[in-house]
Design a protein around this ligand. Structure first.
Ligand code: GLU
Length: 456
């Protein structure tokens, strides 16, 4: 079967850099295998899920360079989940439970005090039809648990039952089904917890590889059992390490910290975000990749470390700058056009300024300086007189990169100024700033007329 992966966010907030890591791991994995990428919105929780968040997530992924082959929404697929529920009930694998949260907590404490593992003891399986009818008459509604296949004949005597998988990221993994409670699949109010819809969709959509954060490792055992109970073969799994903030806190969709949208607003390059999100916490060196092909060639899920990795926004800015400083004009061109930077000079201009900016839109500032001159620079009377004298010595056009040296040599000879005393007032008069791109490069872009118009 051809490789099919999925990224399955619940649209309850903005995705953050940690979610981007999961999405990109899937995207790059599919890309390398020539496979498909499904974007699945886990929006069965209709109270907390919002269409705006889903749309924002699609836009964020697209900005990062991820274009799903298919988008599905769990809120449109309830009929499939209902059918799976019926199937499990008929097979006796989904059973009704009437305990309240308080009752369960009490039982858990009792088990712990008897040094028994604090798992659900399947007491509900012992209920008679009369007892169930009495609960119903009292107005209690059942929640439904999946009977894990961790026993021979007697569900009250679970046996060690190892579920093994060769994790794409973590290598050989084993979980014991006897160490877990039967998971609740359907709540009292009939709504689904994440497990059942997720497994049903993974089957239905032909998912071959599930790649997600390592906070899901323990879910995998029960999920593999559920795949089997529904008559399907479980896909391959991979669980990558999670990202934290620079101070080690977990990331959350709700707090909006390090959201892709907020990073994007800082003007950072999407490939800087993608490169860092993928390469951080792996044995690969963290450098900025120019495009997804390059990142795919550096991506190896098995090179991820097992511990959480700290995400440092300062590192992101550095990677972003390195991409901009070497960005070919052809790549920058459409974005420069949007900023009004176009025409004969645009390419030469870009090659001159890219090394001096932190984000592409900053080029607009330098375009204005080159075309219109700076705001009135603060020059002392003495420096103003010097600049005026220097402008009288400008060589005739055509100008090239050597013009500046030829000009300033004459100025030096005539005025006796040199070094900082010579260059600083000229730079201030021409650009309004004390630092920036090489004046030798700027001069031909500004042109003789432009330079003369900057007379103090
Ligand atoms: N909606 C789940 C989550 O965001 C998906 C987990 C999974 O990939 O199976 O945690």
């Amino acid at each position: 079967m051809s490789v099919t992966v999925r990224f399955a966010p619940s649209p309850t907030g903005q995705i953050h850099i940690g979610n981007a890591r999961t999405a990109l791991f899937n995207w790059l994995f599919a890309k390398k295998a020539g496979g498909r990428f499904v974007l699945r919105f886990d929006d069965t929780d209709q109270e907390r899920s919002r269409r705006e968040y889903a749309d924002q997530i699609e836009a964020d992924l697209s900005w990062l360079g991820i274009k799903p082959d298919l988008v599905v929404r769990q809120s449109e697929r309830f009929a499939l989940y209902d059918r799976a529920v019926e199937k499990l009930k008929e097979a006796g694998l989904l059973y009704p439970c009437y305990e309240t949260a308080e009752e369960l907590e009490l039982r858990r404490k009792i088990r712990l005090s008897r040094r028994l593992p604090p798992v659900y003891g399947r007491e509900a399986l012992k209920l008679t039809e009369e007892e169930k009818a009495r609960f119903e008459a009292e107005g209690r509604k059942p929640h439904w648990r999946f009977l894990l296949p961790n026993f021979d004949d007697d569900p009250f005597a679970p046996q060690r039952t190892e579920i093994k998988w060769n994790d794409i990221v973590r290598g050989q993994q084993t979980v014991d089904l006897a160490s877990m409670s039967d998971p609740v699949l359907v709540r009292e109010d009939g709504t689904f917890l994440y497990t059942l819809p997720s497994v049903v969709d993974d089957i239905e959509l032909g998912i071959t590889h599930i790649i997600r954060g390592d906070d899901h490792v323990t879910n995998t055992g029960a999920q593999i059992a559920l795949f089997q109970a529904l008559g399907a073969e479980a896909p391959a799994f991979g669980h990558h390490n999670l990202l934290t903030t620079a101070t080690g806190e977990g990331l959350s969709k709700r707090t909006g910290s390090l959201s892709i949208a907020s990073l994007r607003e800082t003007g950072v390059e999407p490939m800087a975000v993608a490169s860092l999100a993928v390469l951080i916490g792996t044995s690969e060196a963290v450098t900025a990749c120019r495009d997804m092909d390059e990142l795919a060639s550096r991506f190896d899920p098995a090179s991820s470390s097992k511990s959480a990795a700290k995400f440092d926004p300062a590192e992101l800015q550095m990677l972003s700058r390195s991409l901009i400083h070497s960005m070919p004009f052809e790549e920058a061109r459409p974005r420069l056009q949007e900023l009004g930077i176009k025409g004969r000079q645009a390419e030469a201009f870009w090659n001159v300024v890219r090394g001096n900016i932190d984000k592409v839109p900053d080029a607009a500032f330098w375009w204005k300086v080159v075309r219109e001159g700076p705001e009135r620079p603060a020059l002392s009377a003495e420096d103003g007189a010097f600049v005026n004298a220097a402008l009288d010595l400008l060589p005739p056009e055509p100008w090239d990169r050597g013009t500046f040296a030829a000009w300033t040599d004459r100025v030096k000879a005539k005025t006796g100024r040199k070094g900082r005393a010579l260059f600083k007032p000229l730079r201030l008069a021409l650009t309004g700033l004390e630092a920036g791109p090489e004046l030798a490069d700027l001069l031909p872009l500004i042109g003789r007329e432009g330079v003369l118009s900057r007379r103090p």
